[in-house]
Ligand binder design. Structure first.
Ligand code: FAQ
Length: 311
């Protein structure tokens, strides 16, 4: 019987049919989805912190409103993804535990500091730009709830990306000091943005299996190349320079060649030794601990309501 279930599952994958929560699936398929979707959710939630740092210091009311809306969207994406993850049979509490204990990862990119207002531009333009490239591919992923979550999330990410690019464009057209601030943000965020796509295909432990299951529809290197090819002309358009002396258009491959990525830095950040890992985790754990009385009160209230109904 197991063989039949496996065969039916394999056939669905071949036919590009979605796998739904109540369908039979191999245990490893379930586990790898819990891993990726939860890490994606954690990234959205931790990802609010670098930008949250600038909400009170946005340079105008208009900028503040847009940044607030963006950060709020990220909270929504996190909750949406946690819900998708729960359909695989893991509870929200277990997922939070995994984040707070350091067992689950979140994206390396959110362990870098946001030191100037231009960083809000660079994050929207580059980090959301990278997220869109990764997530548009995932709208076609084989697990139904994840694929559907990605469709909605991508629409909001494209607003985020424009909001960031517009900040960069405004600064790049401004005073020499403002333009320098935009260039400095690009210099600091460029390489970490390339690292978001994960290790090279040769080093990526999960890619081969995830491609077979159609969890991933493109490899880390393919998506990274797509991001570079899309973003370099945008930098040129606003008169900024990509901080890579080896960057060169390659006519034969129809894409840019680029210089070496510092993979030592990437693994240091992934292992917890990036510039902000500790403060990000302290902020998340602190919010969890300080919110305990709210959760307790909500449960007590719900129990009281239920008791009233029973009477
Ligand atoms: N950071 O074998 P692979 C956002 C880990 S966008 C940390 O290649 P896989 C929106 C990886 O987990 C950011 N760890 O793994 C936003 C694995 O370790 P494990 C979130 C990384 O899964 C914008 C190991 O290295 N987006 O939040 C990273 O096949 C602005 C080996 O790697 C997603 O999560 C990294 N960068 O490919 C919010 C997208 N890269 O798990 C706020 C969905 C790799 O065995 C502001 N995820 N690792 O312990 C994916 O597409 C994939 O999971 C990859 C990694 C591509 C990230």
């Amino acid at each position: 019987e197991l063989q039949q279930l496996e065969a039916a599952f394999d056939q669905k994958i071949v036919n590009d049919q979605k796998i739904e929560p109540k369908d039979w699936m191999p245990e490893k398929y379930r586990q790898t989805h819990i891993r990726q979707i939860s890490q994606h959710a954690h990234s959205e939630v931790v990802g609010m912190l670098p930008e949250g740092n600038w909400i009170t210091r946005a340079p105008s009311l208009r900028r503040k409103v847009a940044l607030l809306a963006k950060v709020q969207d990220e909270a929504g994406h996190g909750l949406y993804l946690y819900s998708a993850c729960e359909t695989l049979g893991i509870s929200r509490d277990e997922l939070y535990d995994q984040l707070h204990s350091g067992e689950a990862k979140y994206s390396s990119i959110f362990n870098y500091p946001t030191v100037t207002w231009a960083d809000m531009g660079a994050i929207g333009w580059l980090v959301d730009g990278a997220a869109i490239i990764n997530q548009v591919a995932l709208t076609n992923t084989s697990y139904g709830p994840y694929a559907r979550a990605m469709v909605r999330i991508c629409k909001e990410e494209s607003f985020h990306q424009r909001q960031g690019f517009e900040i960069m464009m405004t600064l790049a057209e401004g005073t020499p000091e403002q333009k320098a601030m935009a260039q400095d943000a690009l210099n600091r965020w460029w390489w970490p943005s390339l690292m978001m796509f994960g290790p090279t295909d040769a080093e990526s432990v999960h890619t081969a299996q995830s491609m077979k299951w159609k969890l991933k529809r493109k490899t880390n290197d393919e998506l990274r190349q797509q991001f570079i090819d899309q973003t370099v002309p945008q930098a040129h358009l606003i008169g900024l320079t990509i901080p890579d002396p080896d960057l060169k258009w390659n006519e034969a491959k129809g894409g840019y060649d680029f210089g070496p990525i510092n993979w030592d830095e990437f693994w240091q950040v992934v292992k917890g030794y990036g510039p902000c890992n500790k403060s990000r985790m302290d902020a998340r754990k602190g919010a969890w601990d300080e919110g305990k009385w709210v959760r307790d009160a909500a449960v007590a209230y719900a129990e009281k309501q239920e008791a009233n109904l029973e009477m």
